[in-house]
Design a protein around this ligand. Structure first.
Ligand code: SF4
Length: 584
């Protein structure tokens, strides 16, 4: 049976621990060196000798993974990062005339796969001691459709344009004004058109260093789209974007493809992935160990297959359970005890004005907050927390608020275990274990990945003593499974603590799944905002979706929300009835 052994030497603290692990191995006991320690003190595992008994895994304390692979994978990987490190087993295929998506959990190699296609990683077919070479793929995919693609790529007949995942790093490597950057890469002479389509007019004269995350994202997409290419690759193109911008980007992606052009993208927002792609590949495997790309499937079936955890035509169960969108369970102890109420309020902040309609929040509720970026959501919370005085109107009391901001900044670098000491002492079973934070304890905050830092900050925020919690964009950097798990963790926390939580997010599926009530922010970003609600979900969603002119339906098989195709029979029917939000 083919087998891979993954060792994270950073997690193995001492040479004594390594020697201890070495002693346990039954193959070592026979005198062979299955587990070795190299001259640099690194623990290594010989995959050829390993029998897969798994005895070294427990004392490895999360540092060792032994994975037995199905017999049919007794083949070389496309790429391996090094000895006992991550393996990628296949690649997605661009499809001309179509937008193709990649979906899967974090850590199974989605970014690695598209970086190989974008020629940013030279594939080594598992021979990590030699430098990789793109031509190796011609042999590897011999006799398949992919071979023709790689042949054309080699001959320069296919050109690739690539947008990286972490747009926040762009200002560190590229300096200058937005206009100059975009003009420089405008190989298609489409500057004006793309600036208009991506709503970049107002920021053309800004320095890249002055841009917000959402602005950087749109500039990065524009820069990629302005290049002449046949395959456009976008790694997470909707991070930092609000829902209106996500819908706009979806239309933009569809507009990029034609019979000679394809778009390939990685996306975690399931509603948007469904809306903007024609086909998807599922990526599965074990996070940090290996990843496999499924064959392409039409998006609707592909997403349903992904949720089911079983790829029938490949006879592959990649998750032991199915993800189901069951109706939201009301809290057992639903109370109607008022937490805070306010009159009509207003606040003038110079260029920006916010109006808040009179409203109230109840205890024991999750309140979703929807609205564009820059429209006053954070200002509203500061007012409720008494941190900002209003110009007009009163609030009946000041609440103690705990707040997780949208942009995660580390004020002082420290060990996660110390940073989360309070949460570990008070909420181990409610927060630490379900958020899988134990494995981050020995890392410094600055060493965490985006998804790990997000989960740490959520636990920190919820462990504070407060009457109202605000989670601003908690879904950022989390994959679909983590988002759904987070919904459950937050709702269980509210159930047990009787707290109320405001959740600001741009993932409609996540907001729909987690919220009891909804606040809607309307207006003109950076100019004027108007806060309305909380409404019940039907009223709030109807109001919000009507503003966007999109209608939602539920998938018959999985009950997941889907956006209706504009002008389809359902879309027209729901708009006629003024029912933009599906019936439960
Ligand atoms: Fe040795 Fe492999 Fe067993 Fe680990 S799983 S103890 S390396 S034989």
């Amino acid at each position: 049976m083919p087998r891979i052994a993954i060792v994270d030497n950073e997690k193995l603290k001492s040479i004594e621990q390594k020697l201890q692990i070495q002693k346990i191995c039954p193959v070592n006991k026979t005198g062979q060196e299955c587990i070795g320690i190299d001259p640099a003190g690194k623990l290594t595992i010989d995959e050829g000798l390993c029998t897969g008994c798994g005895l070294c895994v427990k004392p490895g304390n999360g540092a060792i993974q032994i994975i037995n692979l199905p017999e049919e994978w007794n083949k070389k990987p496309v790429h391996r990062y090094g000895e006992n490190r991550f393996c990628l087993y296949s690649l997605p295929a661009p499809s001309y005339g179509n937008v193709v998506g990649l979906v899967g959990i974090n850590g199974v190699g989605k970014s690695t796969a598209i970086k190989v296609l974008a020629r940013m990683i030279k594939p080594n077919l598992g021979d990590y001691e030699k430098e990789g070479n793109f031509d190796l793929l011609l042999d590897y995919f011999k006799g398949t459709e992919a071979q023709a693609f790689f042949q054309k790529l080699k001959e320069g007949k296919v050109k690739i344009s690539y947008k990286p995942q972490q747009v926040e790093l762009i200002p560190k490597s590229t300096k200058g004004k937005v206009r100059d950057l975009l003009k420089k890469v405008d190989e298609k002479n489409l500057f004006e058109k793309i600036v208009e389509e991506l709503d970049l007019k107002n920021i053309l004269d800004r320095e890249l260093t002055q841009l917000s995350g959402g602005e950087l994202q749109r500039v990065a997409i524009a820069a990629s789209a302005l290049k002449k290419a046949n395959v456009y690759i976008f790694d997470e193109p909707t991070s930092y974007l609000d829902i209106k911008q996500r819908i706009n980007i979806s239309k933009f992606m569809k507009g990029l493809v034609d019979e000679n052009t394809s778009v390939l993208l990685v996306e975690h927002d399931l509603i948007i992935l469904d809306y903007m792609t024609e086909f998807i590949h599922i990526m599965y495997g074990t996070a940090g160990a290996y990843g496999v790309v499924s064959k392409a499937k039409p998006s609707k079936n592909g997403i349903n297959t992904y949720l089911s955890g079983y790829i029938r035509d490949e006879n592959m169960r990649f998750r032991p359970y199915e993800i189901k969108f069951l109706p939201r369970q009301p809290f057992v102890e639903k109370t109607n005890i008022e937490l805070v109420c306010w009159d009509d309020l207003s606040k003038d902040l110079g260029d920006f004005k916010l109006k808040i309609d009179a409203g109230k929040l109840y205890k024991h509720r999750v309140i979703g907050v929807l609205g564009e970026n820059g429209i006053g959501k954070t200002t509203f919370v500061k007012i409720i927390a008494g941190k900002l005085k209003t110009d007009k109107g009163n609030i009946n009391q000041q609440l103690k608020v705990s707040y997780k901001p949208q942009y995660l900044e580390i004020e002082e670098d420290e060990l996660v275990e110390f940073f989360l000491a309070n949460a570990i002492a008070k909420y181990k079973t409610q927060l630490i274990t379900p958020l899988h934070l134990e494995q981050t304890f020995t890392k410094m905050l600055s060493q965490l990945s985006g998804g790990e830092l997000q989960r740490v900050m959520i636990a920190k925020c919820l462990s504070e003593n407060a009457e109202l919690y605000l989670l601003d964009e908690p879904s950022a950097y989390l994959d679909i499974e983590q988002r759904l798990a987070l919904s459950k963790i937050v709702r269980d926390f509210v159930e047990q603590k009787g707290a109320s939580i405001l959740v600001v997010d741009h993932d409609l599926l996540f907001i729909d799944y987690i919220s009891d009530d909804l606040m809607v922010f309307e207006g003109l970003p950076a100019k004027e905002g108007s806060a309305k609600g909380p409404f019940n979900m039907r009223q709030g969603m109807n109001r919000f979706l009507k503003h966007l002119q999109i209608t939602l339906r539920k998938d018959i098989e999985t009950h997941r929300p889907r956006i209706n195709k504009v002008d389809s029979v359902l879309d027209r029917e729901q708009k006629r009835k003024n029912e933009y939000y599906y019936a439960n």
